[in-house]
Design a protein around this ligand. Sequence first.
Ligand code: GLY
Ligand code: MN
Ligand code: MN
Length: 444
Amino acid sequence: MQSLFFTHIETLKARTENALATLGFDALLLGSGSAPRRFLDDTYYPFRTQPDFVQWLPQLNQHPGSWLLLQPGRTPKLYLYSPTDFWHQTPQLPTADWTAAFEIESFGDAQQLGAEFASLGRVALVSAERPAFAVEDWQHNPQPLLDALHFDRAIKTEWELHCLREANRIAVRGHLAAEQAFRAGAGEYRIHQDYLVATEHNERDLPYDNIVALNEHAAVLHYQFQQRQAPNDPRTLLLDAGATCQGYAADITRTHAFDPSSEFGQLIAALDEAQRGILANVKAGVDFVDLHLEMHTRLAQVLADSGLVNASVEAQLEQGITRTFFPHGLGHLLGIQVHDAGGWQQDAAGTLREPPAEHPFLRLTRILQPGFVVTIEPGLYFIPSLLADLRASAAGSAVDWNRVERLSPFGGIRIEDNVAITAEGHENLTRDAFEFVSQCQPAG
Ligand code: GLY
Ligand code: MN
Ligand code: MN
């Protein structure tokens, strides 16, 4: 696996040297980030490493205050912040095999870096804050450089794909444990705890806050709480929960009906079939905006077949009915960040393509290319505020409101897979992981 990592670093070097040469920089300094202190308090916000730094040094995930110096033709140099601090565990110089790709030096006081960096020439600095040691004419977060680096980041290296595959396998273990807890009658909090145990993650390892939504909560797209009390009548579990492997994220959603043979259970099966239908068209050369619009067509068919909407597919699309039930985007780039950078970017120069006006939440408007990793996550929700708007509009007469009322206590459905685009089509990291992990579960 180490050889994949070294090849990954060589790819990053080539991309960075190209961007620096094009934009006229002599050096790039990447900061790992800092953990800000809470206002009027002596506790800190959880630390999360700056994503551009993660791509080079995913092994260092709790190392605020460090810097990586990149200069064309030179070995990348890590300045590891290791202050004298008897309150906290401070980082030691790493010694694992991957360190062969770097020169590494530790420091305790950032003042030291001023002299070290005095003669670097034209410097681009990428960090949340401008550090005190920065020289006046250094450019802080120059947009053209960020655009160039982020455009390239959509194409994953083999090593990144390996991490994303593994992150999916870890998350799937959590999803299987969570479903088991749901079927045993557990509440949201308990399901979340079982997820953490099965993935061997704590909260700060998660790429985003788990969405553990029972019953009506499944209609809240980013439901953020975990009720301690289990409901008397569990109907739905919508679990949108990921995992990380070396800083790379899985982003998986599964929706379970307590009674799979119920009307809602059948609706899940119908959306699952529609999701697999759209997956069949996920390949290089396809415009993601077209896929998103095609998903609306497929959803209109699901709504018509289930009796929720009594209107043709064409009429539903024309009147925007499907957007009430599926208000978010079909998917997004995935990698170091859950919503990875550059989703609207059309070129390295930073040209943006916004999504169609009626679909403002679509985060990806690029043509798919081999190496992209994206999510495919259609939904079908009963969101009270959006349904009220539809009911009040002319298009509302096509909806079977009795059926909506019957299904609203189930909240909604989202089915989300992580997919790597290949030269031949795609690799479904999530469905493959479910198959792989299920085979490894102890029998009985
Ligand atoms: N978990 C956030 C999303 O699916 O985009
Ligand atoms: Mn997602
Ligand atoms: Mn998700």
